[in-house]
Design a protein around this ligand. Structure first.
Ligand SMILES: Cc1ncc(COP(=O)(O)O)c(C=O)c1O
Length: 395
């Protein structure tokens, strides 16, 4: 077998590289030329476009999904000792936001097929101190919102949705992020809509969003961002100690045009996702389940599970081999209880969440971006085929 990699090193396929159009570039340049880079009219337009797209009446643009989660949980005014249940298979930001809001994170296991929060595992984790459930719509596949909603009602719990992967996701005709008290979205560089860094909170309560906007800008009174505008200097008053979590016009300039193309880029990712489903079917990997009826998958991630028995390779062998083929790959995610901080702080052990742990040890994410050409997808498929038919040699 040839040792020539499927792609040459100078054409390394960067995982999650965003598709940035001329409209975004022109809008950013226009912002730069205008002299108004910070929070301003473009953020306001982005908020109103986003609110219309997901069908959420009240939204606040912030600096990241991490900020959106932190502020949403703060807006719940959780008392010390309050518990928030989330998935053992998620990005660390989900859990860290709970901690920074002064609450105690409690993990529930995920379903082995959907990789989403398992309602039975959530039900078993509810205690008299539970105040909220924080589901993550993993990879863009919606969680079982009927079951989670029912649990929230039965126990009087708040619902905060982590929609970092789920801008286009719907469940029984409703957009992810509109089921709970808060939906938190990400516009990080690898996400479905990109602003560089950026996030959005969608909320059903107007007062919550007003407080989140205030907390996102130092706790200053509404519209304080206008204090240096062409209306002349305006005083502001601080009503509580807030954060610096606002979004800039420079970021919204990207987001406005990314959002205008959100359906087009979703369709492209769907095509790539389907090609992977067909063309990888005979390889020694467990492929993702098709979307459930009545739902819309956002196709944010395409993750396969390495079947060590069939492949004769570990997940890390595959990661290394794909990198040598000059294909960028990812891991979403090593389960939360694998990380030393949580083990030391909460005494968590991976075996307590066996399904999240097993996925985290076997999973590998292939490139899935609207920027991929058909030839790029050919290369990913060819590389995975080559890797999985070769046994690891000596180091
Ligand atoms: C599931 C999940 N939650 C939260 C975040 C945090 O998003 P951000 O980078 O916008 O803070 C991410 C980002 O990767 C994520 O994947």
């Amino acid at each position: 077998m040839s040792d020539t990699p499927v792609r040459p090193p100078d054409r390394f396929l960067v995982f999650g590289a965003p598709l940035i159009g001329e409209a975004e570039i022109d809008e950013v340049v226009a912002s730069l030329r205008s002299g108004w880079l910070g929070t301003g009219p473009k953020v306001a337009r982005f908020e109103s476009d986003f609110s219309a797209y997901v069908g959420a009446p009240f939204v606040a643009a912030v600096g990241s999904c991490t900020a959106a989660l932190h502020l949403s949980l703060l807006a719940l005014r959780l008392e010390p000792g309050a518990e928030v249940i989330t998935a053992a298979l998620t990005f660390c930001a989900t859990v860290n936001a709970i901690i920074h809001a002064g609450a105690t994170p409690v993990l529930a296991d995920v379903d082995p097929v959907t990789m989403n929060l398992d309602p039975e595992s959530v039900a078993a984790a509810v205690t008299p101190r539970t105040r909220a459930i924080l589901p993550v719509h993993f990879a863009g596949r919606p969680c079982d919102m009927d079951a989670l909603d029912e649990l929230c009602r039965r126990h009087g719990l708040a619902l905060v949705e982590d929609c970092a992967h789920a801008i286009e996701t719907t469940y029984h005709g409703r957009h992810a992020g509109t089921f709970g008290d808060f939906g938190c979205f990400s516009f990080y560089v690898t996400k479905n809509v990109v602003t560089g860094e950026g996030g959005m909170v969608a909320a059903r309560d107007e007062a919550h969003v007003a407080r989140i906007k205030r907390l996102a800008l130092h706790g200053m009174t509404a519209d304080a961002w206008k204090r240096f505008s062409d209306e002349g200097y305006r005083h502001y008053l601080v009503s509580e100690a807030g954060f610096k979590y606002n979004m800039m016009d420079l970021q919204a300039a990207l987001g406005l045009h990314q959002l205008a193309r959100v359906e087009e880029t979703w369709r492209r990712r769907e095509e790539v996702w389907r090609r992977y489903q067909e063309e990888l079917a005979d390889l020694p990997f467990d492929l993702p389940a098709d979307p459930e009826p009545g739902t819309r998958h956002a196709y944010h991630l395409y993750t396969v599970l390495v079947d060590e028995g069939r492949a004769g390779l570990t997940r890390d062998d595959v990661l290394g081999a794909m990198t040598r083929e000059n294909i960028g790959v990812g891991v979403h995610y090593l389960a939360i209880p694998e990380h030393p901080f949580y083990q030391e702080t909460y005494g968590w052990r991976p075996e307590e969440w066996p399904r999240a742990t097993a996925i985290g040890r076997r999973t590998i994410s292939l490139p899935l971006s609207a920027r991929l050409t058909d030839a790029d997808v050919d290369d990913v498929v060819a590389a995975l085929r080559k890797v999985s038919t070769r046994r690891p040699g000596p180091a």
